[in-house]
Design a protein around this ligand. Structure first.
Ligand SMILES: Cc1ncc(C[n+]2csc(CCOP(=O)(O)OP(=O)(O)O)c2C)c(N)n1
Ligand SMILES: [Mg+2]
Length: 328
């Protein structure tokens, strides 16, 4: 692939940081210091690769497993921990200010992406809305509607299905009778392409092409990036209850991080010293983020009323007012 070695090192480092952050977040959850967490283990190449193809002024609409994309775009790890620790201030990240927060509702951010792209089109801004969602999300009406309207209005949007083969315990074979998820683009009148989502260079190249097309006024695209969810669905799940260990073991052979490292080593661009230096640097950065997260004073319970409505409905305003002063 036509990526420079430096660019490949940058992608490799970002995937490794994502994985190290992920492992730390799970450890924090296991020791009662984080509410929950959705691991991106094994699918880092999709998230990082898509974000790497974007320009800063584009807008990312991530799903809950897109830590790689969010960190690449500049979200601080301490802010991400705040979010997963149940503190809404974690969604009000310092930058990138116009990117969307994590969408936990499956696929509901796809119509938002179409809306963002429509705004760019009406304002004649050469920007693109990039929406990441899972294989399970493609069965949602929200996604079908978003693809349809983006196609008919030729909106500057790129939709990326991160096909990690599972939607909690539902395998993709039981999710759809369509031959591929990329084919869902046909009905919306946009190009759809299935790619190896564990090849980070291919992800960047494919996303860059789709972004260029959208920026150039040629309309949206759908990319299906095939990867695998190596971990549990979230920290509240135990995937051994519904899938075979052998399947998971087989998938490790496709690990995007090991693949990229092998490629860098073959190019003579990476070795033991660089690897050790990077791991130490990442561990220190993550430790600093954990400290900042732990040192953030918790918000008072009354703030649970504060982030859903711009104007609180009367009955909720009444409940908020009824909070005892010591809880407010
Ligand atoms: C609207 C909605 N329905 C159900 C859920 C519960 N839920 C959370 S994740 C998930 C499966 C998502 O699968 P997929 O789209 O493949 O994404 P992945 O978890 O594999 O990244 C479901 C059903 C939800 N969060 N939102
Ligand atoms: Mg999935």
């Amino acid at each position: 692939m036509a990526q420079s070695t430096d660019a490949l090192i940058g992608l490799y480092r970002a995937m490794c940081l994502t994985r190290a952050f992920d492992a730390k977040a799970i450890a924090l959850q296991r020791t009662g210091r984080l509410g929950t967490f959705a691991s991106s283990l094994g699918q880092e190449a999709v998230s990082v690769g898509v974000a790497a193809a974007m320009r800063p002024e584009d807008v990312l609409l991530p799903s809950f497993r897109d830590h790689g994309a969010m960190l690449w775009r500049g979200v601080d790890m301490a802010e991400s921990l705040l979010y997963w620790g149940g503190d809404e201030r974690g969604s009000d990240f310092a930058g990138p200010r116009q990117d969307f927060p994590v969408s936990v509702p499956v696929g509901t951010h796809a119509p938002h992406a179409a809306g963002v792209a429509l705004a760019f089109k009406l304002r004649r801004e050469p920007r693109v809305a990039v929406c990441l969602f899972g294989d399970g999300a493609t069965s949602k009406g929200d996604v079908a509607e978003a693809l349809n309207i983006a196609g008919v209005w030729r909106l500057p949007a790129v939709f990326v299905v991160c096909n990690n083969r599972w939607a909690i315990s539902t395998p993709v074979e039981r999710q759809t009778a369509a031959e591929t998820l990329a084919r869902k683009a046909d009905a919306a009148g946009m190009p759809g392409e299935r790619i190896d989502g564990n090849d980070v260079e291919l992800v960047v190249e494919t996303a860059a092409r789709a972004l260029a097309r959208a920026r150039d006024g040629q309309g949206p695209s759908l990319i299906e990036a095939l990867t695998y969810r190596m971990g549990d669905h979230t920290t509240a799940d135990d995937a051994r209850r519904y899938r075979d260990d052998a399947e998971v073991s087989r998938q490790w052979a496709q690990d995007p991080i090991a693949r990229t490292r092998r490629r860098l080593v073959d190019l003579g661009a990476w070795g033991k010293a660089q690897e050790e230096g990077m791991l130490a640097e990442h561990a220190a950065a993550i430790e600093r983020a954990v400290e900042r997260y732990a040192a953030t004073p918790a918000q008072p319970p009354v703030t649970l009323f504060d982030y859903t409505y711009a104007n609180l409905p009367a009955e909720l305003a009444e409940q908020r007012a009824a909070f005892r002063p010591e809880d407010a």
